[in-house]
Design a protein around this ligand. Structure first.
Ligand SMILES: *[C@@H]1O[C@H](CO)[C@@H](O)[C@H](O)[C@H]1NC(C)=O
Ligand SMILES: *[C@@H]1O[C@H](CO)[C@@H](O)[C@H](O)[C@H]1NC(C)=O
Ligand SMILES: *[C@@H]1O[C@H](CO)[C@@H](O)[C@H](O)[C@H]1NC(C)=O
Ligand SMILES: *[C@@H]1O[C@H](CO)[C@@H](O)[C@H](O)[C@H]1NC(C)=O
Length: 457
């Protein structure tokens, strides 16, 4: 995922024609509102049009965001029972699984980070946990797709610098290869915990523990449960990585919160309960203002980029996920999610002249407020945030909990998935001195670099 300044802010706005009316005491009313917002979200999707590529969002949205969107649509179906978008979702997830069934499609190699792969893998994990319809038998199954990403992250774990951790980027030619960030490691942590819960296999739990310990050891997770963005790997691959980006983003808080909650569910160990509560306390302090979520680092100043404009929806997703696996937190989390949902729905009153193809008067803005207003920012992020804020209030204690292989989960796994080399693989180079050798011996790397230069020109 890349950081770019805000693109395509719709500038011409009419007065709000109408808002989405929703009664949060009435399940059907919440489902109807979610349906309207989901329709607005899927109106951005062009991948199922003739001639377009299934799974991709149009420019300027990056590939990972489509993975996040289809993960949201898996949960949308599960929580509302509305299958309208299942066909598009199934097609997208299967098309973007990549040539090797691991969510690393060749088309995306020039910007493919571990976190990008992770957001698609999380969509597949939600599909397994929610018993989303399984792919046809001759296709890879949801659980196996997640295991493929997991197995690759194990091989990419890099002890040679910063005492461990995953790098942001997978390929050394991509900018950001020298950064180890919380979201990439958070994807690993979150999915390792969920694989442990789904399969009962201890190896996954051990890796979740290891990723957590590394985040704490580097200082990326602090004693008071702040989650910082990432550390820079020094040129000499030093074990110490003191150069840290201490920005706090809501999705980093959320992904570790949910993973810690799942680890508590798996282990029953009070240490994980304390971590869950600590992360929840900090998330509430940091990302809630006047009862609604705010991406505090950029939203109040109006400079959230396209990626950042989708983060708080994931916090809603992972708070709900936490409530489902740690019943002790359910009431507290619902007490946060409900006013938040009211504020989010009240911001879905926009009628921009351009940039929105959903029902007139139902475009969702970025900023939420208890009394509601539309700030004029529209897009996949805004729409997906509001959908998440509204629909995750539909969770119910016990009843909507994610399944496991033992409790009715039908998805079949493949513990060895993801280990086939890609036909287009570059050498797995993680130290500077090997880079030169790699360039000399790998024609594929050379042609990829050439392709890169060509694209830049
Ligand atoms: C594409 O998907 C959307 C959302 O699921 C659906 O409304 C639309 O009919 C689909 N279009 C095509 C051409 O299949
Ligand atoms: C890769 O790009 C080609 C050309 O646009 C397209 O036909 C193909 O479906 C894409 N594959 C994936 C997995 O996106
Ligand atoms: C794990 O989650 C399930 C589903 O919500 C719940 O029934 C169970 O009590 C949880 N276990 C623990 C240790 O919290
Ligand atoms: C548990 O997971 C590990 C790591 O993927 C795998 O090597 C092992 O075969 C799995 N064990 C079982 C019983 O599936």
């Amino acid at each position: 995922m890349r950081l770019f300044p805000i693109l395509g802010v719709s500038s011409l706005l009419c007065n709000a024609a109408r808002a989405i009316e929703v009664n949060f005491d009435d399940t059907q009313s919440v489902k109807d509102a979610a349906s309207t917002i989901a329709f607005g979200l899927m109106s951005y999707y062009t991948g199922n049009n003739t001639g377009d590529v299934p799974g991709n969002l149009p420019d300027p949205y990056f590939w990972w965001k489509a993975g996040a969107m289809f993960g949201t649509m898996v949960d949308y179906w599960f929580l509302t029972g509305d299958p309208s978008h299942n066909e598009a979702t199934m097609q997208a997830l299967l098309h973007q699984r990549g040539e090797n069934d691991d969510f690393m499609p060749k088309n995306q190699t020039l910007s493919l980070g571990n976190d990008d792969q992770g957001f698609w893998a999380m969509a597949a994990m939600s599909a397994a946990e929610n018993n989303f319809p399984d792919p046809p038998d001759d296709m890879p199954q949801w659980l196996a797709l997640v295991q493929a990403a997991f197995n690759q992250w194990v091989t990419r774990w890099d002890d040679r610098s910063c005492g461990g951790g995953l790098r942001w980027q997978i390929f050394f030619i991509n900018g950001g290869f020298d950064y180890k960030n919380s979201i990439s490691n958070g994807c690993f942590f979150n999915l390792a915990a969920r694989l442990a819960r789904f399969t009962g296999n201890q190896t996954y739990a051990d890796w979740a523990q290891r990723v957590w310990d590394w985040e704490v050891a580097t200082g990326l997770i602090t004693d008071d449960f702040r989650v910082y963005d990432g550390v820079t790997v020094r040129d000499d691959n030093a074990a110490e990585c003191p150069e840290m980006d201490t920005n706090q983003w809501s999705y980093n808080a959320g992904i570790f919160l949910h993973g810690a909650a799942v680890m508590y569910n798996v282990t029953g160990d009070d240490v994980w309960l304390a971590r869950t509560r600590g992360l929840l306390d900090e998330a509430e302090r940091r990302f809630f203002t006047e009862g609604v979520m705010s991406e505090q680092r950029c939203e109040p100043f109006g400079f959230c980029n396209l990626d950042q404009r989708s983060f708080k929806g994931y916090l809603a997703r992972w708070m709900a996920g936490t409530a489902q696996v740690v019943p002790q937190t359910f009431d507290r989390i619902m007490a946060l999610l409900r006013p938040n949902a009211e504020g989010a729905a009240a911001a879905c009153s926009g009628d921009p002249v351009e940039g929105f193809r959903g029902m007139p008067g139902t475009a969702c803005g970025l900023q939420w407020h208890p009394r509601g207003f539309f700030d004029g920012l529209v897009g996949v992020g805004e729409q997906m945030n509001a959908l998440s804020a509204v629909m995750y209030t539909l969770i119910q204690p016990g009843r909507t909990a994610p399944v496991t292989a033992e409790t009715g989960g039908s998805s079949r796994g493949d513990p060895g998935a993801g280990m086939e080399p890609h036909s287009w693989d570059m050498p797995a180079i993680t130290t500077a001195d090997q880079v030169a050798a790699g360039f000399l011996t790998s024609g594929i790397a050379l042609s990829l670099v050439a392709g890169c230069i060509f694209m830049v020109k």
